[in-house]
Ligand binder design. Structure first.
Ligand SMILES: Cc1cc2nc3c(=O)[nH]c(=O)nc-3n(C[C@H](O)[C@H](O)[C@H](O)COP(=O)(O)OP(=O)(O)OC[C@H]3O[C@@H](n4cnc5c(N)ncnc54)[C@H](O)[C@@H]3O)c2cc1C
Length: 245
């Protein structure tokens, strides 16, 4: 069933899964499940007793193949109105308002082919995770490389699931880049993303990428995109999603 994106619907918090010290996943069960594509997001609307409303966008981190629930991986921001609500107030069984799916640009399906280069930082891993889970659910062997930037090893969102997928050696490669931690795996980096790191990642793909997706804060997206352009990646194949900050 497909919901009209402009229509708000109810969803129940079915599960709450802490992922890292700063990011927790909220598994939502929409009253009317809707089909979506990997990379799309939803809008969430909170209404206070006095009628005040706050609305924010959150990427869907789960695969389209399981549409009855959607996973939102929400990072706690200091003094963040909506993210603090989720981390401190929201409980299993609570109802929230949801609108979606939204977005037709930052999306990928196995039918679009590859190779795929994904670059994310912090909670910016969420829509890239939906693409990777979709690839796995569909049994795709499309060459795919994810550079996941985080402060520390423990801040790397979905780290253990991603390492397990990397270890299947089915064409998915994970590179972790930790800005405040030492690299732990061969091929990982203990620094921020730069042109040399992007060039090395490009060299690990069997062919140049057909699609590149970059997601994170404004500053991160700028830096990663500059690195890709410096390495000769065509701007026309780079798609970005900016979370603010
Ligand atoms: C398409 C889209 C998808 C998104 N998906 C996700 C997601 O999957 N997970 C997620 O955690 N967030 C995601 N965001 C960001 C989210 O919409 C909110 O902006 C974020 O949760 C902050 O809202 P808040 O009410 O907690 O903070 P606010 O009260 O709005 O802001 C608090 C302070 O934090 C600053 N700020 C806002 N966003 C950021 C940021 N990303 N990094 C650093 N500082 C920031 C603001 O400038 C402000 O000073 C997405 C944004 C977009 C546009």
């Amino acid at each position: 069933m497909s919901a009209t994106p402009s229509v708000w619907g109810a969803a129940t918090i079915a599960e709450i899964v802490p992922r890292t010290a700063r990011v927790t996943s909220f598994i939502l069960a929409p009253e009317t499940p809707f089909a979506f594509r990997a990379g799309q997001h939803v809008d969430v609307r909170l209404t206070a007793p006095d009628g005040y409303q706050a609305r924010r966008s959150y990427s869907i981190a789960s695969a389209p193949e399981a549409p009855d629930t959607i996973e939102l991986a929400i990072e706690r921001l200091e003094n963040g109105e909506v993210s603090q609500f989720f981390h401190e107030v929201a409980a299993i069984g609570d109802a929230i308002e949801l609108r979606g799916p939204i977005g037709g640009h930052f999306v990928w399906s196995v039918d679009d082919g590859g190779p795929l280069l994904l670059i994310g930082a912090g909670s910016g891993a969420a829509p890239l995770m939906a693409m990777i889970r979709h690839r796995t659910a569909r049994g795709s062997l499309e060459p795919t490389l994810l550079i996941l930037a985080s402060r520390t090893w423990d801040d790397a969102l979905f780290r253990d699931e991603l390492i397990a997928l990397h270890d299947r050696r089915d064409g998915f490669d994970l590179v972790l880049a930790t800005s405040r931690d030492r690299p732990r795996r061969p091929g990982d980096h203990g620094r921020r993303i730069d042109a040399a790191m992007a060039a090395e990642a490009l060299g690990r793909l069997p062919r140049p990428p057909a699609h590149v997706f970059v997601c994170g804060s404004n500053a991160f997206v700028e830096t990663a995109t500059d690195a890709l352009l410096a390495d000769g990646v065509a701007a026309s194949i780079i798609r970005t999603e900016r979370y603010g900050g």
